[in-house]
Design a protein around this ligand. Structure first.
Ligand code: DQQ
Length: 586
């Protein structure tokens, strides 16, 4: 491995024209819109056969994907008789959203997947216009049941249905029955019948009731209606929603579960005793981002109250600050952990998706638990991913001065797992947080500063999916700033230079990281897979997933570098990188 002096071609221009570049970026972001919404309807593309050649350069190697066509939300993940089940929203006829059914895959490790027949598809009056998202619950006696949203008319009226396995002794649960006493829940008086969907996993309490949440909104106020049932069949709406928040719009795909305050082990969804907190996550239809709060669930009153350390609204905490939506967790009883899956949507145009013949992936399943601070969650890729690790390279105690970069050679940079710990001797050179930046959100600040503008402590990090002459690259990096009486860490995953195509949405995804800087170290792990980079900063405290479409940094022409563009010397204390093999993928 060789260290080179890094000359950033456009650095001077960008610095000089900083304001111009920033304005241009904002315009481009606006013109190029945002991530794809699941309900955007492109009728002309909804039912088109896939192209014959599916091995597109941007197809991922180890992320979950069916052979072809469109996918969105993960649905009803569960562990049953030694098998993991993942259902997902799927268009069996095309590469854009539409004709929605529940497709079904099974696995013994959540990395290798085998696709089964469709599990739930429109066939009855109560779901004839679509089988939308939902969850699974394991009832006493180890009996799984699925709750999902059925669309019953052309106006998108939504009801909640259930489905049960045809044969409980089949660990693959290949056939599902939708009993005739469906729907279980109609939108009652006062409920907006086209904004009433995505039932959660049910939880049970000693009072003999099952409880579920259903996402909704009223007059712009996002909310989760609470329903109770003794027999899982007759559901009564509670007088008040479990929780709601003004001006947040429709809450899709809610998820509600307990987390332990004492350990990283997961808890069964009905767990209520002991030193626990609850997490409520909602997916915001209006912003296409999710946020979660950590709080207390008062069971007697059936109220959830977020802690005052959790922002309840558009600026709340996110599992992931990038392409990540409609996520869902489940309790994995085989390893006592809670697992999180999310849909990572494309940032390319629908016409490109049609040409590729596919759109959408699921992120690598992550273990999720409460940070010792009690104020946020922590996530880490499941340990099973490590079975795909092949060639390995290692680098330690390597210094990066201003403008240095080092290529990480010896692995397939297009499909890799990289773990690195950076250290710095002091924070004295940290750039003061300019008062005019204070009101910027992290993403705006990242697009303003970027990876190429010289800083104090940082920007430093990884350049992933980089072409040989750096015409294209996706940097994942940190910059430490000095605020009034503390240091602030900004983490960015910046798609701005990932490809030359104008039509692609290329945001500078970013977040501030609540990192402990006592030891003057910051860690980063990135999972790189052709058109996706999933990154975990500060041991999983901040996660960002970017979808990118390089034309030059493809296949064997992709490179990986570590870099520093700050005046403080950064040391790569330890870097391990592996090529990742292809698992069995549907
Ligand atoms: N996707 C589903 C809905 C859900 C949305 C439809 C979220 O049930 O609200 O495909 O992406």
């Amino acid at each position: 491995m060789e260290a080179l002096k890094f000359v950033w071609g456009l650095k001077g221009l960008i610095w000089y024209n900083g304001v111009v570049v920033m304005i241009m970026m904002i315009i481009i972001v606006n013109i190029n819109g945002s991530v794809e919404a699941s309900h955007k309807v492109y009728r002309e593309y909804q039912s088109l056969p896939p192209p014959l050649e599916l091995n597109h350069i941007h197809r991922t190697g180890f992320h979950f994907q069916p052979k072809h066509h469109w996918i969105n939300d993960p649905n009803g993940p569960m562990y049953y008789q030694g098998i993991y089940h993942l259902f997902y929203q799927y268009n069996p006829k095309g590469a854009v959203w539409g004709n929605i059914v529940w497709a079904h895959s099974v696995s013994t490790d959540m990395i290798n997947w085998k696709s089964l027949d469709l599990a739930i598809y429109p066939s009855k009056l109560f779901d004839q216009y679509g089988c939308w998202s939902g969850s699974s619950t394991i009832l006493p006696g180890n009996k799984p049941v699925i709750l999902y949203t059925g669309i019953i008319d052309k106006n998108n009226t939504q009801v909640q249905n259930y489905a049960v396995p045809a044969n409980y002794s089949d660990p693959y649960l290949q056939e599902w029955i939708k009993p005739n006493n469906n729907p279980l829940v109609f939108p009652g008086i006062g409920i907006n019948k086209t904004e009433f969907r995505d039932p959660t996993t049910a939880w049970w309490d000693k009072d003999g009731h099952w409880r579920i949440l259903v996402g909704s909104k009223r007059k712009g106020r996002g909310m989760v209606y609470l329903f109770r049932s003794r027999d899982f069949l007759k559901w009564i709406k509670a007088q008040h929603p479990l929780h709601s928040k003004a001006k947040t719009g429709m809450w899709e795909c809610p998820d509600f579960y307990p987390v332990s305050m004492d350990s990283a082990f997961g808890l069964e969804t009905s767990a209520i005793e002991g030193n626990i907190k609850h997490v409520l996550k909602v997916s915001l239809d209006e912003t296409r981002f999710e946020y979660y709060t950590i709080g207390t669930y008062f069971l007697e009153k059936d109220r959830y109250v977020p802690d005052n350390t959790s922002i309840d609204g558009w600026n709340g905490l996110r599992y992931d600050y990038g392409n990540f939506y409609a996520s869902k967790t489940f309790f994995d009883a085989s390893k006592n952990r809670r697992i999180l899956l999310g849909w990572s949507n494309e940032s390319d145009t629908p016409t490109e998706d049609v040409k590729k013949g596919w759109a959408g992936i699921q992120t690598i399943p992550r273990k999720v638990w409460l940070d010792t601070s009690g104020k946020q969650l922590v996530q880490w890729p499941i340990e099973e991913l490590e079975t795909l690790r092949r060639e390995e390279v290692h680098l330690s105690d390597h210094k990066l001065n201003l403008g240095d970069y080092v290529e990480i050679k010896g692995i397939t940079a297009i499909q890799a797992d990289v773990e690195v710990i950076f250290s710095f001797p002091s924070l004295d050179k940290a750039e003061p947080l300019d008062p005019s930046w204070v009101h910027m959100d992290a993403q705006t600040l990242c697009s303003h500063k970027g990876s190429t503008v010289q800083g104090g402590v940082g920007p430093f990090g990884l350049l992933t999916l980089a072409s040989k002459h750096l015409e294209q690259y996706t940097p994942i990096f940190f910059t430490v700033f000095k605020a009034t009486n503390k240091h602030v860490v900004l983490m960015c995953s910046d798609a701005t230079s990932s490809s030359l195509k104008k039509e692609v949405y290329k945001p500078s995804y970013a977040s501030f990281v609540d990192a402990d800087l006592t030891h003057k170290k910051l860690s980063l792990r990135s999972l790189i897979d052709h058109s996706v980079v999933e990154s975990f900063g500060a041991q999983g405290k901040t996660c960002i997933t970017s979808r990118v479409y390089p034309s030059r940094a493809v296949l064997m022409d992709a490179h990986l570098y570590a870099f520093n563009n700050g005046t403080e010397t950064i040391t790569i204390e330890n870097l391990n990188a592996w090529s990742l093999a292809n698992p069995q993928m549907n």
